[in-house]
Design a binder for this molecule. Structure first.
Ligand code: AMP
Ligand code: MG
Length: 416
């Protein structure tokens, strides 16, 4: 199944993503949750509006609702003020030509009225009489019934991940609950004899592990339930035992480290014993070795151990996969074009995800610079960056002033 780029034996990223997504069958289990818990969840069903919004024609301004018997009412016209309408207090009275009603924003337009003039365009003659200081046209300042939402229409489609505005739209339709796909259970663990958890003492040859906490933070933002199995030593039997445990508890098992071809790299071997392995050497930088497959119950993702590689491959391959699995229908990350303000080192053969800092310059153009050294162990390059600079596989060195693609790290949603 793995078709590999002929020139360097590496699989192009787009092919890897396509194969990975092809392998995934989205979850179909659905549950009804209250709106307060629905943000960031994925709709399992279309949402059809049970009502028009606005429910009735209402005023977009504080002013006066008028009766126009022609298309316009000229400035200088004088009208009798015969009623008052506040938001939430509709009236039943029908107004006639020559009459108007004092009305506040959101107030229902009384029967007979077909325009609203804002109060700033009116001269108040006395408590019951006004004169228009501007012309009025039919329909002016009226928010018509159904302008935003039409009863019976699909307003939010199945597969949408709900953002805060979606929650507002659901509430505005009077829906207190919504049907979403169940949250994914994702097991994470790091492999490596050299790894120590933060807070513990460090012995000679050891280092503090950062991948599990990083993955955990990314996955939290995606709204999945994270099952944290911490650090597992480079030991085949131990890995076998933990992979089995994780497989029973999770929909997806994500590991980091031990996935390349070193002597202590057991991830592939264990996965082959317990399940089915797809292993790719990807044409991306950083993040070349990447394992993917299935255990008995769960999907499996083996990320490389280098911290930047782990995060890049989680973003580029892991997230689309998790988003498809949770039923989401749109999981492509948009790319923008920016001008690089400095030269970028690049050799043809792999697609680079360099860490960048973008800004809008004085001319209003998007420009980007590198965070500096790009080694796959330099995790601060990720924390300083606000975007990836995506340099296409066959591109060589980039000169200052050239256009490059960037992917924003969106604080609100983007890279979770
Ligand atoms: P590996 O993929 O296991 O060969 O690891 C590659 C490099 O990444 C080695 O220098 C590891 O020490 C480092 N590494 C692996 N896992 C982690 C981790 N969880 N946190 C920090 N560094 C790691
Ligand atoms: Mg290792």
């Amino acid at each position: 199944m793995t078709d590999v780029c002929a020139t360097n034996g590496l699989l192009p990223l787009e092919d890897a993503i396509a194969q990975l997504l092809n392998f995934i069958t989205p979850l179909t289990d659905s549950q009804s949750v209250p709106l307060a818990q629905a943000a960031n969840r994925v709709l399992s069903d279309d949402v059809v509006s049970p009502l028009h919004i606005p429910l009735h024609d209402n005023s977009a301004m504080d002013g006066y609702a008028l009766v126009l018997s022609a298309d316009t009412l000229e400035l200088g016209s004088e009208l009798n003020v015969v009623a008052k309408v506040l938001a939430g207090h509709p009236i039943t009275q029908t107004l006639q030509a020559g009459e108007c009603a004092r009305i506040m924003t959101g107030g229902d337009i009384p029967q007979g009225c077909n325009a609203v003039i804002m109060q700033e365009q009116v001269e108040v003659l006395d408590d019951h009489r006004i004169r228009l200081t501007a012309n009025v046209t039919c329909g002016q300042n009226i928010r018509p019934m159904g302008q935003d939402i039409t009863k019976g229409d699909v307003i939010l489609a199945k597969g949408k991940r709900l953002n805060p505005a979606d929650i507002g739209v659901l509430a505005s339709m009077g829906l207190a609950k919504v049907k979403v796909t169940r949250s994914l259970n994702v097991a994470v663990l790091s492999t490596g004899d050299e790894l120590v958890e933060a807070g513990q003492a460090l012995a000679c040859g050891q280092l503090y592990e950062s991948n599990t906490p990083t993955l955990h933070a990314v996955l939290d933002r995606l709204g999945v339930n994270v099952l944290n199995y911490g650090i597992v030593e480079d030991d085949e039997a131990k890995l076998m035992q933990v992979f089995n445990q994780a497989d029973q508890a999770a929909d997806v098992v994500i590991t980091s480290g031990g996935v390349s071809v070193g002597e202590a790299d057991y991830t592939k071997k264990v996965l082959e014993t317990l399940g089915q392995l797809q292993f790719w050497k990807l044409a991306i930088k950083p993040g070349k070795p990447f394992a993917f497959g299935q255990l008995k119950n769960s999907y499996f993702i083996g990320l490389p151990g280098n911290p930047v590689s782990a995060l890049v491959t989680l973003h580029q391959l892991g997230l689309p996969m998790l988003r498809k699995l949770s039923g989401e229908s749109l999981y492509e990350k948009p790319r923008l074009t920016a001008i690089t303000t400095e030269p970028l080192r690049k050799s043809p053969g792999r697609c680079d995800f360099q860490r960048g800092i973008y800004q809008v310059n004085a001319q209003g153009q998007l420009e980007v610079k590198s965070t500096g050294a790009q080694g796959s162990g330099l995790l601060t390059s990720m924390s300083q960056a606000n975007c990836y600079i995506v340099l296409e596989q066959e591109r060589g060195r980039v000169a200052a002033g050239e256009r490059v693609s960037i992917e924003l790290f969106d604080a609100a949603l983007g890279y979770f």
